[in-house]
Design a protein around this ligand. Structure first.
Ligand SMILES: Nc1ncnc2c1ncn2[C@@H]1O[C@H](COP(=O)(O)OP(=O)(O)O)[C@@H](O)[C@H]1O
Ligand SMILES: [Mg+2]
Length: 267
């Protein structure tokens, strides 16, 4: 329900994703323009290969095209040119249900609903048992705070998770991902800054959730960028830098400037 894209057609003859899905993403000569934007090209033609298991941080100014790239990877839209493939299969050929099993998109702030903590986690895999929900919470380090709530896992989070702190909401959404167990995670990180203990808890949870999965993270926090294997710096719809955080720091370009700005903001 959270992740159902609208406006992309289901294939008449679907091609099954390999099982298990490894999670290799390839953009092949992909170009993209939003239809509503009168054909203005948002992403000029590009190639990009993300090997299975890699954690990629997308950084860059607002409007650079980070969300658009992530949405193409999750088939919220089809490219205007070229193809996006998962394990070699064109996303246009993948049945919707198959794609949603393989990939989960998380927007960290938005998606808690009124209902219990357990309900919110179980959304990752409808029909999950209480034991599975608790195990997922445990894995991301959410167990202690949930147990301390008045009714534990049965505590109502209130409208949009209003009862929980920003960090706690993020842990709940990460527990949901653990339960869904997708090969690929796309994460649009919340911009809100967290206090230092929460930041550490979320970072540790992220490392757990992202291990063994392919991840594209629209990163707004330095701590997240530093756990990535690879950073793509975007500007005006193009990838202008591509390398490990250490390589890009040493290169002294856009990423190094961004890094310095983030670091200054922390101190
Ligand atoms: N739904 C949309 N319709 C038309 N234009 C859009 C839409 N979403 C984003 N854009 C435009 O596409 C460009 C890239 O946006 P986006 O991918 O959201 O960038 P970022 O995530 O890096 O801030 C911007 O110029 C933005 O205005
Ligand atoms: Mg965005």
């Amino acid at each position: 329900m959270l992740d159902t894209p609208i406006g992309v057609p289901e294939p008449d003859v679907p091609v099954a994703l390999p099982r298990p899905t490894r999670g290799e993403i390839a953009f092949e000569r992909v170009g993209f323009a939003y239809r509503r934007a009168a054909g203005r090209v948002v992403l000029p033609e590009f190639d990009l290969r993300v090997p299975a298991g890699q954690t990629v941080a997308l950084v860059g100014a607002t409007g650079a095209g980070k969300s658009t790239l992530a949405k193409l990877a999750a088939r919220y839209y089809d490219p205007t040119a070229g193809a996006v493939r998962l394990d070699g299969v064109d996303l246009r050929d993948v049945a919707d249900a198959d794609l949603r099993r393989a990939m989960v998109m998380v927007t960290q702030e938005a998606f808690l609903f009124s209902g219990s903590v357990a309900d919110n986690i179980a959304m990752g895999r409808p029909g999950a048992s209480r034991e599975e929900v608790v195990a997922a919470a445990d894995l991301v380090g959410a167990r202690a705070f949930v147990d301390a709530l008045p009714e534990g896992f049965d505590t109502d989070v209130r409208k949009r998770g209003g009862r929980l702190s920003a960090g706690q909401r993020q842990l709940v959404s990460l527990a949901r991902v653990v339960l869904a167990d997708p090969a690929v995670v796309l994460l649009d990180e919340a911009t809100s800054s967290l206090d230092i203990p929460s930041e550490r808890a979320v970072q540790a949870a992220l490392e757990t959730v992202l291990a063994e999965r392919t991840a594209l993270i629209i990163a707004h926090r330095l701590s997240t960028v530093l756990i990535a294997d690879r950073v793509l710096v975007m500007a005006d719809g193009r990838v202008v830098q591509d390398g490990s955080p250490a390589e890009l720091l040493a290169a002294g370009g856009e990423f190094a400037a961004l890094h310095a700005a983030w670091r200054d903001a922390l101190s």
